[in-house]
Design a protein around this ligand. Structure first.
Ligand code: SAH
Ligand code: SF4
Ligand code: F3S
Length: 495
């Protein structure tokens, strides 16, 4: 049997197209690292790739449709390069499994969320099949020659095989990808997964089915990864989990709780800012609030999704708190940290949501005074408990409620940004502004978006920025320090 983890004899170009949440962004960074170590070349341009891998999301119907649309377009381009492989992984791959192969589907292989370690093998098997069947033309001759070299150890075994290339379900092997190999586009900033999966089963949500039950990573492993990151110049870490507050509950007795883990993480020298998502209101603890208040490394921004302001709807959503309990937690958070900015998630048009329910959501948003909110129109997901309810709020009405909430949140966000005008804030410089490459963009501890003039050598550094004005989504400021003082750890001496 061929060794599918052996270094490649010639480069194979792979493009990863990533959809969905931070979990997928991190999976994509880890996969890029694993594939690169083996000799694959990860490229941004899908038209230059021998294989395109979709890292998918199923949280709403639109997320799935985007992937299928894009895959369909790439499939048309295979008229000219029939050897190109299209693979699918992530949540949609897990949920739809083998049904994504054959028929009208364009994918050559499917790898579920627990089968990331099998991706190189599936890629190579699919490439062998396609390359063996592809006709040589002026367009693909060069690529086929290169692929011929790279795939030679696998061709005999894989090309003639009629096996369907899919792997979903639990990972019995215990094998996993190496997180430490993740290729991070910004070495000073990292996502670190502290747990996978979710066991909450909110009635509308597909994540527990797509990612499996909650599994916490051992604390030692996480802390070791954080130390390694800090040692290589990382200054900001975002800890990821569907509900970080239940971190450790599945681990043996005596394991660290989330606040204990966070406290240890904050002691790591070099790490300057710590963030985490997502914190479910049902079990945020007083310990966590106290730690956040006393530990300045923990950023003054908390993602704390409410989902609805109506207790009736919250109950139907299987969220395990009432609005009053939520408000109580918010009051505690604000009493401990008056400068904390809150962000949330809200769904409009959940089955049976009346105008009165929606008014309750509007009132809650105003009262809580969120700095930011991610607003979603309810999308029925097959297999979830809510899918048994009638999706009875018409799309037009969902759109109307969504727009009304957007307008309210827009005003609140603008107010938050305006409140910083005239102050000087520490900003972590993330890069050039997307809109104007001549200026820099960064974030404050509140995750406020800041644009200011400065030298690119400041990227990856903390700088004090005086805030001068605020548009609805952005603060504009000025920085007295115009260049970075020392070289970035990731910069080459010659650059
Ligand atoms: N674990 C996180 C949420 C992850 S999903 C938490 O509990 O906060 C991100 C957001 O997508 C959810 O908070 C919810 O607001 C939204 N969402 C999930 N399923 C949805 C659906 N079926 N329709 C619309 N929005 C949905
Ligand atoms: Fe989905 Fe609820 Fe789990 Fe969040 S906590 S991922 S909304 S089931
Ligand atoms: Fe989407 Fe899966 Fe994340 S469904 S939101 S990519 S966990």
């Amino acid at each position: 049997m061929a060794d599918f983890s052996a270094p490649l004899k010639a480069p194979i170009y792979v493009c990863l197209l990533t959809y969905g949440c931070q979990m997928n962004i991190l999976d994509s960074q880890i996969l890029s690292g694993n594939l690169t170590r083996q000799g694959f070349v990860v490229v941004d341009d899908e038209t230059a790739a021998d294989a395109v891998l979709f890292i998918t999301c199923s949280v709403r119907d639109l997320a799935e449709r985007k992937v299928l649309g894009k895959a369909g377009k790439l499939n048309v381009k295979r008229n000219r390069r029939p050897e190109v492989v299209l693979g699918v992984t992530g949540c949609m791959a897990e949920l739809k499994g083998e049904s994504l192969l054959g028929g009208k589907n364009v994918f050559d292989f499917v790898a579920g969320t627990h089968k990331r370690h099998l991706i190189p093998e599936l890629l190579l098997r699919a490439l062998c099949k396609r390359a063996a069947a592809a006709e040589v033309t002026a367009v693909n001759a060069e690529a086929l020659e290169r692929l011929g070299i790279a795939l030679s150890p696998y061709m005999d075994e894989c090309a003639p095989s009629s096996e369907r290339l899919f792997a979903v379900g639990r990972n019995e092997s215990g094998e996993g990808p190496d997180e430490l190999e993740a290729m991070r586009p910004r070495p000073w900033q990292a996502f670190v997964e502290i747990m996978r999966g979710c066991s909450n089963f909110c009635s509308y949500c597909v994540v527990p089915y797509a990612r499996g039950p909650e599994v916490s990573r051992p604390a030692e492993e996480i802390l070791k990864e954080l130390e390694t990151l800090a040692g290589s110049g990382c200054v900001e870490v975002t800890l990821l989990g569907q509900n970080v507050n239940s971190y450790g509950k599945d681990l043996p007795k005596g394991s660290l709780s989330f606040p204990e883990l966070l406290e240890k993480a904050a002691k790591i020298e070099g790490l300057k800012w710590l963030r985490f998502v997502t914190s479910n209101p049902q079990d945020i603890s007083d310990d966590l609030i106290a730690l956040m208040a006393s530990e300045k490394k923990i950023c003054r921004y908390l993602h704390f999704p409410l989902q609805s302001g109506s207790n009736r709807i919250l109950k139907m959503m299987n969220r395990k708190y009432t609005l009053e309990q939520y408000l109580e937690k918010v009051a505690k958070l604000k009493a401990a940290m008056p400068d904390l900015w809150l962000a949330g998630d809200l769904i409009v048009g959940f089955p049976g949501e009346t105008l009165e329910d929606f008014q309750a959501t509007l009132a809650a948003v105003e009262k809580i005074d969120y700095a930011n909110n991610f607003l979603f129109k309810y999308s029925e997901r097959p297999g979830t408990a809510a899918a048994r309810l009638k999706d009875d709020v018409p799309l037009e009405e969902k759109k109307r409620r969504h727009a009304e909430l957007m307008a309210l949140q827009g005003r609140l966000t603008h107010e938050h940004l305006k409140s910083l005008v005239g102050t000087t804030q520490e900003v972590l410089v993330e890069g050039h502004s997307k809109r104007n490459r001549d200026v820099l963009q960064g974030r404050t501890t509140h995750y406020a978006n800041v644009v200011f003039e400065g030298d690119p050598s400041l990227i990856g550094k903390f700088v004090p920025v005086r805030m001068e004005s605020a548009t609805p989504l952005t603060l504009y400021g000025s920085c007295e320090r115009l260049t970075g003082e020392e070289k970035l750890t990731n910069e080459k001496e010659t650059s």
